[in-house]
Design a protein around this ligand. Structure first.
Ligand SMILES: Nc1ncnc2c1ncn2[C@@H]1O[C@H](COP(=O)(O)OP(=O)(O)OP(=O)(O)O)[C@@H](O)[C@H]1O
Ligand SMILES: [Mg+2]
Length: 163
């Protein structure tokens, strides 16, 4: 099984994903590793990525998942996967999406703490505008990020179909 930990920027994908992979003893990869240098430059400049920018990125993530699935391995990968169309690209029978749910103000506060300075809220707002939370037909797990990361990870472990 491959778990895709999804949600807006600052929702805790890396924090929760790493912890979850650790607890399960599964391989971990972060979505950021799959971005081209051009995308990284854009993001540093605070420019939201276009669908075209995200194409090579999604392909890289899909390839990582497929390699593991083919080898019969488990893994945890983070990916914002904000839009349904992105999730459709990454969806496979062995893939379980986990959506980290939290409200904008909570995430804005955490982002400010993390970066030690004010985070441009227009970036967070654009993330929320793009966000299409998983629908009931997508069979994603939805977990709250309101409590400590360990709590969030425990909630995921409790709801995970037996791997
Ligand atoms: N319950 C929680 N779940 C997730 N993150 C939490 C939680 N409580 C506090 N945090 C903090 O919130 C921040 C979330 O940052 P993190 O880098 O994990 O998010 P991200 O989704 O990977 O962001 P990005 O998309 O920018 O990579 C971290 O500083 C983390 O320590
Ligand atoms: Mg991250």
């Amino acid at each position: 099984m491959i778990i895709v930990v999804m949600g807006v920027s600052g929702s805790g994908k890396t924090t929760v994903g790493e912890l979850l992979a650790d607890r399960l003893g599964w391989e971990f990869a972060d979505a950021d590793e799959f971005h081209s240098a051009a995308n990284v430059a854009k993001m540093r400049a605070g420019t939201p990525l276009t669908d075209a920018d995200r194409e090579s990125w999604l392909r890289g993530i899909a390839a990582w998942m497929d390699e593991r699935i083919a080898a019969g391995k488990h893994g945890v990968v983070t990916c914002s996967a904000l839009k349904r169309a992105y999730r459709d690209r990454l969806g496979r029978p062995d893939v379980q999406f986990v959506y980290l749910e939290g409200d904008r103000d909570l995430i804005a506060r955490r982002m400010a703490d993390r970066r030690g300075h004010f985070f441009p809220t227009r970036l967070l707002d654009s993330q929320f505008r793009e966000l299409e939370p998983p629908g009931p037909d997508e069979q994603a797990l939805t977990v709250s990020i309101a409590d400590a990361p360990e709590e969030t990870v425990q909630q995921i472990m409790d709801q995970l179909p037996a791997a």
